[in-house]
Design a protein around this ligand. Structure first.
Ligand code: SF4
Length: 295
């Protein structure tokens, strides 16, 4: 039976939140550095990427949030058989409230009906926690902070889309993704990283899209057709010239990550989860000895 020290785990979760809010992952920073190098001297895009890199450095050095919007806290938690979800949920919530006290997180949970802020980032559906049981003998917590601006330009299409000439195939998927990035322009704090969910019902499709954003920037899709399409989309979207924050430039998206699932014959959804440059995600594993490691 997997056991853990609850008090210690709460502190370890707090550290995961601090890392996610203040320390952009290495693969993301490297992508931003590459985009900075790729812009001509003196251009607005070069200057924007320079400011973004400075911002990242300062946030890490001072342990302060990378962006004022610390986003929706999205957890994927993988547990061995027999580990209770309710206790882990309550520890995550406790760590979340403490992270607000320490100013790692902004109080971001607002009652949709009254407009009242809960004050501690906790509310119905906040933080969002998705559990899955697995065969490993350790727990993994994956955390992503997703800002409101980029969530607002995230979208979902239903194929076929006659207006875009998009049918129920990968060419149709390509067309709606290009349309979504064109519609977003610089909104959503470009350059974006796109998580794409193909198929499922409407809800599963959106969750599938968000789940893609937990992949590393540098990985390759295990599905060869999607791997080709990811590379093609990244190249073609960067020809749009939207650039960082919409100032124009060579990098409009830093990555495209796609996944698919089965669907009803009657439905074909394509969900696009748009992530901003403040692509905050980290993970933590907890083994049976109570040892943690962060990535
Ligand atoms: S979209 Fe991202 S970078 Fe822009 S304000 Fe929101 S969290 Fe910050």
């Amino acid at each position: 039976m997997f056991q853990y020290d609850e008090r210690k785990l709460k502190d370890q979760l707090l550290e995961l939140i601090r890392l996610a809010a203040t320390d952009l992952p290495k693969d993301v920073v490297e992508s931003i550095q590459a985009a900075h190098t790729d812009e001509p001297e003196g251009s607005a895009a070069k200057s924007v990427f320079g400011m973004i890199l400075k911002n990242i450095e300062l946030a890490r050095a001072e342990s302060t949030p990378i962006c004022q919007d610390t986003g929706t806290n999205i957890y994927l938690v993988y547990i061995p058989e027999g580990v209770g979800m309710r206790k882990l949920t309550s520890l995550i919530k406790e760590a979340t409230a403490e992270a607000v006290d320490k100013s790692y997180l902004r109080p971001n949970a607002v009652d949709s009906l009254t407009g009242k802020n809960s004050g501690n980032n906790i509310g119905e559906g906040q933080p969002f926690i998705h559990f899955e049981e697995w065969d490993n003998d350790f727990i993994e917590f994956k955390l992503m902070l997703k800002g409101g601006g980029c969530e607002n330009v995230s979208t979902q299409y239903k194929l076929p889309d006659v207006g875009l000439g998009a049918g129920r195939d990968l060419d149709g998927v390509y067309k709606v993704i290009v349309d979504a990035v064109n519609q977003a322009q610089g909104l959503g704090c470009a350059p974006g990283i796109l998580g794409i969910g193909i198929g499922g019902d409407r809800a599963a499709s959106h969750l599938g899209a968000k789940t893609q954003l937990f992949r590393k920037m540098t990985d390759t899709n295990s599905n060869p057709d999607l791997a080709v399409l990811e590379t093609k989309l990244k190249g073609d979207l960067n020809k749009l010239g939207v650039g960082p924050m919409g100032f124009g430039g060579n990098t409009t998206v830093m990555g495209v990550k796609m996944g698919s699932m089965h669907r009803l014959p009657a439905s074909f959804f394509v969900s696009i989860s748009y992530m901003c440059w403040a692509y905050r995600r980290h993970s933590m594993t907890l083994n049976i000895k109570g040892e943690v490691s962060y990535d």
